[in-house]
Design a binder for this molecule. Sequence first.
Ligand SMILES: Cc1cc2nc3c(=O)[nH]c(=O)nc-3n(C[C@H](O)[C@H](O)[C@H](O)COP(=O)(O)O)c2cc1C
Length: 328
Amino acid sequence: MSIQIGPLKLDAPVLLAPMSGVTDLPFRRLARRLGAAMETSEMIACREAILRTDSSRRKAGRASDGAIMAVQIAGHDPEIMADAARFCVDDGADIIDLNFGCPAKKVVGKLSGSALMRDECRAAEIFEAVVGAVDVPVTLKMRTGWDENHRNAPKLAQIAERSGIRLVTVHGRTRAQKYNGQADWRFIRRVKEAVRIPVIANGDIRCLDDIAACLARSGADGVMIGRGACGRPWVIGEAIRYLADGTRGQGPALGEQMAIVLEHFEAMLVHYGEYRGVRNFRKHVSWYSNGLPNSTGFRDRIFKLEHPARIRTEIASFYSATIDKAAA
Ligand SMILES: Cc1cc2nc3c(=O)[nH]c(=O)nc-3n(C[C@H](O)[C@H](O)[C@H](O)COP(=O)(O)O)c2cc1C
């Protein structure tokens, strides 16, 4: 299974979802080392991209050579979005992804993110302006619609295709659902049947069986995994191997997991500096340890620590004790 995104060929049809505050450069680098073939930046507001703020540069950084790099932009003004796309391509983006899915009030309030699904004329203007502004493929990430009574993703995908968009990803929920309820993989089939460009299905894919079920129900060309990769940056690589030859990975052994957690922590310190690196890492360490014995106490201890050396020691002793217990 491979996907053609304009002139770019993606051999592995499993994508890591963009997640603000999670899939930053350290996380994407790890996912890439563990088998991911493509990376998408966290959402970047167009004005930030144009001003090339420190934050936007940090978000748009390429995690590794050799992987296709999509930079996701959010906005509502076609010309400003076109300018932002140009800047991102100048800085090295291989793909521009348009955010039509974010449900957050502060984004929707500015008529960006999923609010754009309510205005098909504006959407078409954005597609045409951005596609016309850059010579790399432009892709779209959206939801099924604004709410249950307005599930216009199939129509919007057709508008996008006519405007030159090269791939659509659909999170199988409406904006009204935010993250509640279940992603509707069956509805994504309506998008797939409406267009010829590749369609990626997204939402609630947690394990290898979910991938098979989602592909069967949606008829999509590939899948995108978000929260299922939190604390498990290896799942994208595992999913790619599963689709390639049916191999069912069990996740890395505990010793290897410890090495991954420590590698992730070091990368966070380099990327954000010590103060923010330590704080931003807390959610990751919480996800990594979730489900392991005595993880609640481990989290309580590590959340109070400020000094990197003490955090490293705490991680090493927690995992070593867990490994010993598993061997006993
Ligand atoms: C913490 C968090 C941050 C997110 N940030 C973004 C974002 O920046 N851009 C985007 O298109 N979607 C974003 N999403 C949505 C995900 O990409 C994905 O569509 C959604 O989580 C459903 O997939 P999942 O069930 O596999 O997590 C975010 C989701 C979460 C949980």
